[in-house]
Design a protein around this ligand. Structure first.
Ligand SMILES: NC(=O)c1ccc[n+]([C@@H]2O[C@H](COP(=O)([O-])OP(=O)(O)OC[C@H]3O[C@@H](n4cnc5c(N)ncnc54)[C@H](O)[C@@H]3O)[C@@H](O)[C@H]2O)c1
Length: 305
């Protein structure tokens, strides 16, 4: 049966010829999933990553590795974790390995500095050439944070934040998109931005971090606009405060911040990395087939206050 809604004649480019005054087509129905109309895929199966592989930067620990593990739970064939650290966190990696075993996938680790553009391109090229699964996704989660009053911000530190969070993220999404185009893959790129890209955090002196995360929101929109023609979707996820090594370091220096952060949350609590599994899975799967250039804010209502 045609993937186009019944009774409608598709024109050559796959959309209905509305000039003939025929029925209006539901274009979502016309979307294809390896020859099967998306509308015929049962709703929960839309989130399955069976037969796919995903690259995760910042995949040595924290949010990146937690979500990498979740991708395995969603039947992802292989998760390629990359991070500047020589090795992933031992306990978190053991959990990921367990999930791989339980759900029939696999996970591997490569040390990679995302600011090294040549290394990023060659690592991604190797992954795409060697993967037995279609590498349909990239989760760009690598990032750094620093608290310095902006009147005193050292130039080198400001540049470092921009280098990692903005330039490094761009190198990774560019390298992935190049490979997706080369291998004709309809891919999805999810960038971890932050609610800090849309607000100034009360009590925090994080001007460089906030500026870098705001840049990611614009990078996402511009990349999505250029790469949509290649069937590549690009979106950002903007989390609120999460308890990870990054925030633990901040709270060690400024324990008073926790109360401030709780006041900002409509749910009166911080989040945990696992609460971002669903949102990222949505972005990296067919469930978000018409979502691109968007920012998904998952912040316990913080930015809505
Ligand atoms: N923790 C939060 O409250 C919070 C909130 C919003 C957004 N985020 C974002 O989520 C992402 C993950 O952060 P996290 O909280 O899990 O912190 P994290 O420090 O545990 O994880 C960040 C990872 O990025 C890696 N990384 C840093 N520089 C790199 C480089 N040059 N090349 C490759 N990898 C590099 C680190 O080694 C680390 O493993 C970051 O982008 C962060 O900005 C965090």
């Amino acid at each position: 049966m045609s993937p186009i809604a019944t009774g409608v004649s598709p024109s050559q480019n796959g959309t209905a010829d509305l000039n003939r005054g025929e029925q209006v087509v539901d274009l979502a129905v016309a979307s294809q999933n390896q020859g099967q109309a998306l509308a015929d895929v049962p709703a929960l199966d839309l989130f399955s990553l069976a037969g796919k592989a995903v690259i995760v930067t910042g995949g040595a620990r924290g949010l990146g590795l937690c979500i990498g593990t979740a991708l395995l739970e969603a039947k992802c064939g292989h998760v390629y974790c990359c991070d500047v650290l020589p090795e992933p966190n031992v306990e978190e990696w053991a959990r990921a390995k367990q999930a791989a075993k339980k759900y029939g996938g696999s996970i591997s680790y490569t040390q990679l500095d995302i600011t090294n553009v040549d290394a990023v391109n060659s690592t991604f090229e190797k992954i795409y050439d060697e993967s037995e699964y279609e590498v349909s996704g990239l989760l760009a989660a690598a990032g750094i944070q620093q608290m310095v009053p902006s009147l005193e911000y050292p130039a080198a530190d400001f540049r470092r934040i921009m280098d990692v969070n903005v330039a490094g993220t761009f190198f990774t999404i560019q390298a992935a998109a190049r490979q997706m185009v080369k291998h004709k893959i309809a891919g999805s790129i999810a960038i971890i931005a932050s609610m800090s890209g849309s607000i100034a955090n009360k009590g925090l002196t994080c001007l460089a971090y906030n500026t870098s995360k705001a840049a990611l929101l614009q990078m996402c929109r511009s990349a999505a606009a250029e790469w949509g023609q290649h069937r590549i979707r690009v979106n950002t996820l903007s989390p609120g405060y999460i308890r990870t090594a990054m925030t633990d370091q901040l709270l060690e220096v400024r324990p008073d911040l926790e109360e401030e952060w709780l006041r900002g949350s409509m749910l009166n609590r911080l989040s945990t990395p696992d609460e971002f599994r669903g949102p990222v899975l949505f972005l990296l799967s067919k469930a978000s087939s018409f979502t691109t250039g968007a920012d998904l804010i998952v912040d316990g209502g913080h930015t809505a206050y």
